[in-house]
Every structure is written in C-alpha cells, then in structure tokens.
Design a protein. Structure first.
Length: 137
C-alpha cells in the first residue's frame, strides 16, 4: 500500500526535528569489481563491499529548535555519531527507518541554510550510514 508523504517526519530521540519536509534514503549499494584477465574476450565482474548508503533531509529553518535542528548541527560539528534508534525517519505515524544495531549514522553536512527575499528560510542535512543497513521498524 502506498504511503502518504505528508505524515512522514524526522525524529531525534523522541523529539520531532522542527520544519522538516523531505527526507531521502539513497539505498544499499554493492561495489562491482572487474576481475577480467589477460586473454578474456569479455569483461567479467565479482561483487565487492557493500555500502549502506546516505541520508538527506531538509525543511524549514528553525534556529529555536533546540531538541532538533540545533542539536543536529552540534552533533555534526562535533563529529558525534548516532546509534540505532537515535535518529528516526518516519514513513507514517508508527513505522520508521533507523540504522541497524552495531551501525552508525554520521552527519556529514549541517548548517546549510538558504534564505530568500520572498520565501521561508530552508535548512538541510546529509549523513552517511556506516557499518550496517537501515531497517524498517
């Protein structure tokens, strides 16, 4: 069954990150390595190491959101990681994606703010998932 995007959200612990309007999970990918040898007429490949992917999320800028945006900015600047369940990406009111046990989310971009003269301020965040895939709970 399709999910309605307007009920999605981003939460840090039990707190909603204020203003968020989009989030994207890039998905799991696996390297493909060339194992072609001299004398082969066509290239051959084998699987290499997998990558759990990246996350991006963005929305309305709210500098007063001390339990969401401000905390995420601080975590990014201080190179803090998020373990399973710390950072949640909801697809509805109850189900969410988070990193699996033993893996981490590393915030790689924060404090990305856009202000327009005829619009509302926007902010965005990016992260890399390390050590395990995202899981749907």
């Amino acid at each position: 069954m399709a999910k309605v995007g307007k009920i999605a959200s981003v939460k840090l612990g039990t707190y909603s990150v204020s203003g968020m309007g989009t989030w994207t999970l890039s998905g799991y990918t696996r390297e493909v390595l060339d194992d072609t040898e001299f004398g082969d007429d066509i290239k051959t490949f084998v699987f290499g190491i997998g990558t759990a992917g990246t996350l991006s999320f963005a929305g309305l800028y709210d500098p007063t959101d001390s339990t969401g945006q401000t905390l995420l900015n601080s975590a990014c600047i201080n190179a803090s990681t998020f373990t399973g369940g710390d950072l949640k990406f909801y697809i509805d009111n109850t189900s969410y994606y988070t990193n699996d046990t033993g893996s981490n989310i590393l915030l790689t971009k924060c404090d990305a703010i856009t202000m327009e003269k005829s619009g509302l301020g926007q902010c965005s965040f990016e992260a890399t998932i390390s050590g395990g895939a995202m899981v749907l709970i």
